[in-house]
Structures are given as structure tokens and as C-alpha cells.
Design a protein around this ligand. Sequence first.
Ligand code: GTP
Ligand code: MG
Length: 193
Amino acid sequence: MSKIKAEFVGSAVKPDQYPRDALPEIALAGRSNVGKSSLINRLLNRRKLAHTSGKPGKTQTINFYRVNDRFYLADMPGYGFARVSKAVKAAWGRMIEHYLTSRKELRGIVHVIDLRHPPTADDRQMYDWLKHIGLPAIVVATKADKISRGRWQKHLKQVREGLSLRSGDPLILFSAQNGQGRDELWRAIQEWL
Ligand code: GTP
Ligand code: MG
């Protein structure tokens, strides 16, 4: 996995803007500001390919990144962001729901959770819904660099219990800051391709 070819190919707010070359897709889901776009940059070894921000609500469209001409990573707007209007929230919800329920190219979801805190009601709802519609999901607990090593297991347990993960369900400890968990996530993604 030395040299990765990665290119932004476009943003979508409706289905006719999705890519048309039928490559497999893997989408990023998670709360606003949890670190979805940062995870993409770390995975692809590109500092500023996906735009990130300290403020929630940065990603507002489904953004497609073609990787090695082999598959797409689809960055999505986060959920649980209080400071947008009800109308905007509903529109994002419809857009994401339509993409996740109807997109034939979609192979799986990288569900990003903040390692520092117990999963929220929104996190649980999203995870349960993904299971319900039958989409495979890898849970990635990110921002591990913000928790001391000695407390990782306790926090991982909190994530497992909060989402009611079964023992075999994948859970990856990750940091976009230092690249921890990157190889493990690559392996998991490659199994879907
Ligand atoms: P939205 O697009 O608003 O949904 O947010 P997002 O989930 O794409 O989050 P983004 O990648 O923009 O990151 C949000 C903030 O968290 C930024 O300030 C990042 O620098 C920071 N961040 C993301 N991942 C990590 C991480 O692993 N460690 C640390 N320390 N900070 C991180
Ligand atoms: Mg983002």
C-alpha cells in the first residue's frame, strides 16, 4: 500500500450526481465533527484532500473520492448537528437515507465513533438502522490519540456496550492524527472489494 492514487471526483446532493462507472463504494457515516473527513485523508495519505474543520457541519454533500481507480470512498455529512435548521437536517437525512438504501454499488459503511465518549442516541440509531437495512458496517473508534493508552480498553468497551456490538463485530481503534489503526482499516476495506 505504498503509493495511493486518490482523486476527488465530485459532490452529490441527488442520485443523478453519483458516479456512473459502477465501481464499488464504501461510505463514511458518523456524527458531525467526529472525524470522517480526517479519516479519509489519513487513509489516503493526503493531508487536505477532504476538507475538515474544527466546527461541525463542514461536509454538506456526499463527496466521492476515487481510490486507485478501484473503488470510491463516499464522505457524507455528519448527523446530530444541532445548529442547522430543521429543513436542512431533513434534507440531509433524506439524501443520506436514499443513498444508503438504494445504492447498488455500496459495499459497506465505515461508522465513525468518538472513542472518548459513550455512543450517543444518534450513534445507536444509525448503527441499528444499518443492521436493519442489512448494510455491513465496520465501527471505527477515532481520536484515540486523545485518550491515554492505559484507558483504551475501557473506552473500547464503552463503545461496544453502547452500540450493543456482538463479540465478532469489527471495532477498530483509530487516530487520524497519528495513523493508528490505518493498516487494520485498510485490510477490512479490502475484504469488501
Ligand atoms: P463534518 O464534516 O462536520 O460531519 O465533520 P467530520 O466528521 O468530517 O470531522 P472532521 O474530519 O472535519 O474533523 C473534525 C475535527 O476533529 C477537526 O478539527 C479535526 O482536526 C479533528 N480530528 C479528526 N480526527 C482526529 C483524530 O483522530 N485525532 C485528533 N486529535 N483530532 C481529530
Ligand atoms: Mg466532514
